[in-house]
Design a protein around this ligand. Structure first.
Ligand code: CMC
Length: 428
């Protein structure tokens, strides 16, 4: 009997099975050997919401939720947020290593020269109502891109895949900025190739009558760092969507559009928007204890708190909280900050939150910075989707290249009615 195995006795039959343990996991397919009879389907594991199921082997992002550790390709998130750029981090996620000078020059050149979108996409955008939510527009615009690049369907060709990756990372800020200006009724601003990735995004959002838009260096750097913090987070809801949809071998535009759609939800990337709305509804610091009581009674949720993986302070939230002070020196301070700080202070001492290991997550403070930078709340999840595109694509690429992966297709436990006869309408 191997020391790296699990011995299981099936009490229904008395049979004993040895299941190999590899990297802390048994293979769910090994359970299928456990049968009560030859024609039995075999044992399955039941795991709604993937609470304890690894769906991939991945070398991209490491999280230790109990210790509050996040690393991309082995590099601590704190070092990347302070010293890297978003495009360098995106390269790292996609290629596994930090780029050399020439690799970085080529990568930046490629991204910078694919930022323009086909003029017809503007017509698609014009079809949206003036107050359409920016995330709804982004989902549609990303999937619309697929119709402009039919060659993207060929997922077998590595070079074609690389080109779509460059296009998606390059065009995401352009589409996002178009959505923002559509809501305002402003003419779209075109990309400026002389600016950084974050700087150009600010240009496409906020450029007005000036001949050349100059992003404020502090805000540009803050956005760059926020992009790095949001670039990947292993097998979360939207990444799982991208991998799952991509496993049908649909083109990456449609796969990424499914990620944007998943991210839109208030339990995922929509949480930063929900945090600000919650803080606005609380209204003042003195009403925080009353709100905490409502949460304890199950009448409200403390948005921006809690995480499936982190049972400790989210390392991204720590960095963002520090960044908030620097940003507020340039912008006006956000009047919602004292409410957020009071919520955090009380929650971290309150038994309801302590016993459930609920700590601030990435969304708790990011919305306050976005708001102070002048973004409307509808843009917050969009600001998450832009950088997460690199992570989605790194995960999509890894899935495509993994010989163990197939089309994603979970099993179910059927609990519905047994076979029954159809009853004509008049006899029901
Ligand atoms: N406020 C109040 N109670 C909470 C919260 C919260 N934010 N989060 C979890 N709980 C409670 C939950 O009610 C449950 O209590 P009980 O054991 O009494 O039933 C317990 O804590 C465990 O929570 P869960 O719902 O089983 O945890 P989960 O892993 O299914 O959910 C979560 C994780 C992030 C969806 C959840 O914590 C949540 O809804 N948080 C608020 C939304 C939010 O901030 N989302 C952003 C997540 S981070 C960014 C991202 O990756 O998208």
């Amino acid at each position: 009997m191997s020391a790296k195995s699990l011995t299981v006795t099936d009490n229904r039959t008395g049979k004993v099975y040895e299941l190999p343990i590899e990297q802390g996991a048994i293979r769910a397919m090994d359970l299928r050997r456990i049968k009560v009879s030859e024609d039995d389907f075999g044992l399955m594991s039941y795991d709604p919401a993937f609470m304890n199921t690894a769906s991939a082997r991945s070398a991209i992002t490491f999280i230790d939720g109990d210790r509050g550790i996040l690393r991309y390709r082995g590099y601590p998130i704190e070092q990347l947020a302070e010293r890297s750029t978003y495009l360098e981090t995106a390269y790292l996620l996609l290629h596994g290593e930090l780029p050399t000078v020439s690799q970085m020059d080529e990568w930046v050149y490629q991204i910078t020269h694919h930022t323009w979108v086909h003029e017809n996409l503007k017509k698609v955008m014009e079809g949206f109502h003036y107050d359409a939510h920016a995330m709804g527009m982004l989902v549609s615009m990303v999937s619309a891109l697929s119709t402009f690049y039919p060659e993207a369907k060929d997922g077998t060709d590595g070079e074609t895949r690389k080109l779509q990756i460059v296009r998606l990372i390059a065009k995401m800020p352009t589409l996002a900025a178009f959505a923002y200006r559509h809501n305002l009724g402003m003419p779209y601003a075109y990309p400026d190739n002389h600016l950084s990735y974050a700087g150009n995004f600010l240009n496409m959002l906020f450029k007005a009558t000036e001949v050349k838009y100059e992003p404020h260096p502090t805000l540009e750097r803050a956005l760059e760092a926020l992009f790095i913090l949001h670039a990947d987070h292993e097998q979360n809801c939207s990444t799982n969507a991208v991998r799952s949809v991509g496993s049908s071998r649909v083109d990456p535009y449609c796969a990424v559009a499914s990620g944007v759609a998943a991210l839109y939800g208030p339990l995922h990337g929509g949480a930063n928007e929900a945090v600000v709305r919650m803080l606005q509804a609380i209204g003042s610091k003195d009403r925080v204890p009353q709100f905490i009581k409502q949460v304890e009674q199950g009448k409200a949720k403390l948005m921006g708190f809690g995480h499936r993986v982190y049972k400790n302070y989210d390392p991204r939230a720590k960095i963002i909280k520090r960044m908030a002070d620097e940003t507020f020196e340039v912008t006006r301070p956000n009047p919602l900050l004292p409410i957020a700080l009071e919520l955090e202070r009380i929650a971290l001492e309150d038994d309801y939150f302590v016993s459930r290991k609920l700590y601030p997550n990435v969304d708790f403070y990011s919305g306050l910075i976005y708001q102070a930078m002048g973004f409307p709340v509808e843009m917050f999840p969009v600001l998450f989707a832009i950088p997460r595109t690199a992570g989605w694509l790194a995960q999509w690429q890894e899935m495509i290249e993994d010989p163990e992966q197939k089309i994603a297709r979970p099993r179910q436990i059927y609990v519905g009615a047994g076979e029954r006869e159809y009853v004509p309408m008049g006899m029901r």
